[in-house]
Design a protein around this ligand. Structure first.
Ligand code: C2E
Ligand code: MG
Ligand code: MG
Ligand code: MG
Length: 292
C-alpha cells in the first residue's frame, strides 16, 4: 500500500510539473504573439555627464504593452525566453528597432549614443556580428560609434574567449561596447584585460548604498582605479538621489544614469526631455578630486 501511495504521489507531482511546463510553453508562445502583434516596445533612459550637463545617450529598455496586464517590465518576460530561440528573435527586433531610432535621432540632429542590451544567447550566436554589420549597412549615414552594446558582466563569464572575440569584432565595426552590471561577476584583473570593452557600467547595487563611509564607496573607488589603469570609461547606473550623484562626482565618476536624472521614457518624449534637462546646481558646483 505504501508503494501505491508513493506511486500516486509521484503521479501528482508529475502532473503538476507537466502543467508548469505547459504553462511556461504557453507563455513563450504568448511572447511570440506579442512580438508579431507589435506589443513589444522600447523605452529610452538618458545617460548624462553630471558635471558638464551633456546628454550622452539613451539606453533602449524593452517593455511589453500587454493588452490586459498593462506595461510589463523585462523581468516579467525576458527570463522565460532566456534559453529559447525566441530570445534571438526578440533580440534581433530590439537591435533593428533601436538602430532605426538612433538613425532617426541622428537625422534630426540629435547626436546620441543609443545603447542596446544584448543577451548571453545573442552573443553566443556565430552570426551575431554579421547581423550587426548588415544592419549598419542599412543606415549608411549613421556613424557606427553612435551605437553601443551592453553586455552583462555575468554573461561574459560563460565563455570569455568567445565574448572577447565578439567585443573585438564589434569594436572593429566602430560599435562601442559596455560591460553592464559591472562588479557583480567576480571580475579579476586578468579577466578585465581580456575584455576589450570601452566602458564599465557600475552596477546599481553599489550606487544604491553609496555613503561616505560605506564599503560601496571603496568598491566604486576601486572600479574607478581599474578603469583608469585599463583606460576604460565608467558610467554609474541607478543614481536615484542628488547626493549619490555628488558622491560619484567626488570620486571622479562623471557619467551617470538613474531616476535622479530621468526614468525610461517613450522615444517621442526624448527630444523634449533633452531640451529641458539641466543638472542640479550641486553637481555643477562639485569640485572634482585632483587625485585622478
Ligand atoms: P539594465 O540593463 O542593467 O538596466 C537598468 C535597469 O534599472 C532598467 O530596468 C532601468 O529601468 C532600471 N533603472 C534605471 N535607473 C534606475 C534607478 O535610479 N533606480 C532603480 N531602482 N532602477 C533603475 P528595466 O528596464 O526593468 O530592465 C531590467 C533589465 O532587463 C536590464 O537591466 C537589462 O539587463 C534587461 N533588458 C532590458 N531591455 C532589454 C533588451 O532589450 N534586451 C535584453 N537582452 N535585455 C534587456
Ligand atoms: Mg543595460
Ligand atoms: Mg545594468
Ligand atoms: Mg541590471
Amino acid at each position: 500500500q505504501a508503494k501505491l501511495a508513493g506511486k500516486s504521489q509521484y503521479h501528482l507531482f508529475d502532473m503538476e510539473q507537466d502543467q508548469a511546463i505547459r504553462g511556461q510553453l504557453e507563455t513563450i508562445e504568448r511572447i511570440r504573439v506579442a512580438l508579431t502583434a507589435e506589443e513589444l516596445c522600447l523605452h529610452y533612459q538618458p545617460k548624462v555627464n553630471m558635471k558638464s550637463g551633456e546628454v550622452i545617450g539613451m539606453e533602449a529598455l524593452i517593455r511589453w504593452q500587454h493588452p490586459l496586464e498593462g506595461l510589463l517590465s523585462p523581468a516579467r518576460f525576458l527570463p522565460l525566453i532566456e534559453d529559447d530561440p525566441l530570445n534571438i528573435e526578440v533580440g534581433d527586433w530590439v537591435l533593428q528597432q533601436a538602430m532605426a531610432q538612433c538613425a532617426h535621432w541622428h537625422a534630426q540632429g540629435l547626436s546620441l549614443v543609443v545603447s542596446i542590451n544584448v543577451s548571453a544567447l545573442q552573443i553566443q550566436q556565430s552570426d551575431f556580428v554579421e547581423k550587426l554589420a548588415t544592419l549598419l549597412q542599412a543606415y549608411p549615414t549613421l556613424p557606427a560609434h553612435r551605437l553601443e552594446l551592453e553586455i552583462l558582466e555575468t554573461s561574459t563569464l560563460n565563455d570569455i574567449s568567445q565574448t572577447s572575440r565578439v567585443i573585438r569584432q564589434c569594436r572593429a565595426l566602430g560599435v562601442k561596447v559596455a560591460i553592464d552590471d559591472f562588479g557583480t561577476g567576480y571580475s579579476s584583473l586578468t579577466y578585465l584585460k581580456r575584455l576589450p570593452a570601452d566602458t564599465l557600467k557600475i552596477d546599481q547595487s553599489f550606487v544604491k548604498e553609496l555613503r561616505a563611509d560605506s564599503d560601496n564607496l571603496a568598491i566604486v573607488e576601486g572600479i574607478m582605479g581599474l578603469a583608469k589603469a585599463f583606460q576604460r570609461e565608467v558610467i554609474a547606473e541607478g543614481v536615484e538621489t542628488t547626493e549619490q550623484g555628488q558622491l560619484l562626482l567626488s570620486l571622479d565618476c562623471q557619467q551617470a544614469q538613474g531616476y535622479a536624472i530621468a526614468r525610461p521614457m517613450p522615444a517621442d518624449q526624448v527630444p523634449g526631455w533633452i531640451s529641458q534637462w539641466h543638472p542640479p546646481s550641486s553637481w555643477l558646483a562639485q569640485p572634482l578630486s585632483s587625485s585622478h
